[in-house]
Ligand binder design. Structure first.
Ligand SMILES: [Zn+2]
Length: 283
């Protein structure tokens, strides 16, 4: 490890605008982290509209929270053939893709190294996707055991948020901004289509909406431009298109459980009362 001569301690955090990312930002906000947003990971490099909306969102956060941004453009998902590596190296070893099983955590962290030296960053936070419970039995390549062994330029890595489920992260976010009298838009969608923050038509959007809605807020304020009809029709969509993975099953179970904590209130919410009885595996 290289000792950096300038001892002023700065920190940074990956920022993508999603629930994991914003929850980590809220957790470390007192340390005034530098927001690092990477173009070429969730948003592909050809999606200039998508990038400009993500960039704008990152700038809105830094402006509201009095932080600074760092934007990095990368081709790290393109200079290797992910599918070939998945086929040739991982088949029969782990049931996962090169991106999810091997590359994404360490690959993303590599981008921070030169800036850690340049800006004297002594701690970089990578938001956890999974948690202690949901990581079990998965082969996701981003976890504390791997990410936190990465060290460079006097900088250590913290895999942040591993102790929280997504529903807990959603509450953590909403309550923090509510206390400040604010609401912040989120960008949770993987569809990477155009300049929309969220397509509001996929399972990832739907489950994120319900996580945020469980805090009894107006979804439009949080980046989800949906009406009552769309909310009502979610079970119909999920019946055909849901991904009944153990992780999604757990996420939905957490949502249902949270809604049940105030059954009386949610029974009156016509557009979403279906959540109280939702079972992702029931076809
Ligand atoms: Zn979506």
């Amino acid at each position: 490890m290289i000792e950096n001569e300038n001892k002023k301690e700065n920190c940074s955090v990956f920022f993508s605008g999603g629930i994991d990312s914003v929850s980590t930002l809220v957790s470390v906000i007192d340390k005034k982290p530098l927001l690092i947003t990477i173009w070429g990971t969730d948003v592909w490099d050809y999606n200039t509209e998508g990038w400009s909306s993500l960039k704008k969102l990152a700038e809105e956060y830094s402006e509201k929270l009095n932080l600074k941004n760092l934007f990095i453009k990368t081709n790290f998902r393109k200079f290797i053939y992910e599918h070939v590596l998945t086929e040739k190296l991982l088949k029969g070893v782990i049931d996962d893709s090169w991106w999810r099983g091997i590359q994404h955590g360490i690959g993303l962290l590599g981008h921070v190294a030169p800036y850690a030296y340049k800006y004297n960053i002594t701690t970089h936070y990578i938001p956890a996707t999974l948690n202690v419970k949901s990581q079990k039995g998965t082969t996701c390549g981003s976890c504390p055991e791997i990410d936190e062994t990465v060290k460079y330029a006097d900088c250590k890595i913290v895999h942040e948020g591993y102790d929280k489920t997504r529903i807990e992260k959603a509450a953590h976010i909403v309550r923090y901004f509510k206390d400040k009298g604010q609401a912040m838009k989120l960008r949770v969608c993987y569809m990477d289509k155009g300049d929309k923050l969220n397509c509001c038509e996929c399972e990832k959007c739907f489950l994120s909406m319900m996580e945020i809605l469980s805090e009894k807020v107006n979804l439009k304020d949080w980046g989800f431009d949906v009406d009552e009809k769309t909310l009502k029709n979610i079970p119909k969509f999920l019946k055909k298109h849901s991904n009944p993975s153990p992780i999604n099953k757990e996420i939905w179970a957490d949502i249902v459980e949270k809604f049940k904590q105030d059954e009386k209130y949610w029974k009156k919410q016509k557009a979403v009362k279906w959540v109280l009885k939702y079972n992702p595996y029931k076809k």
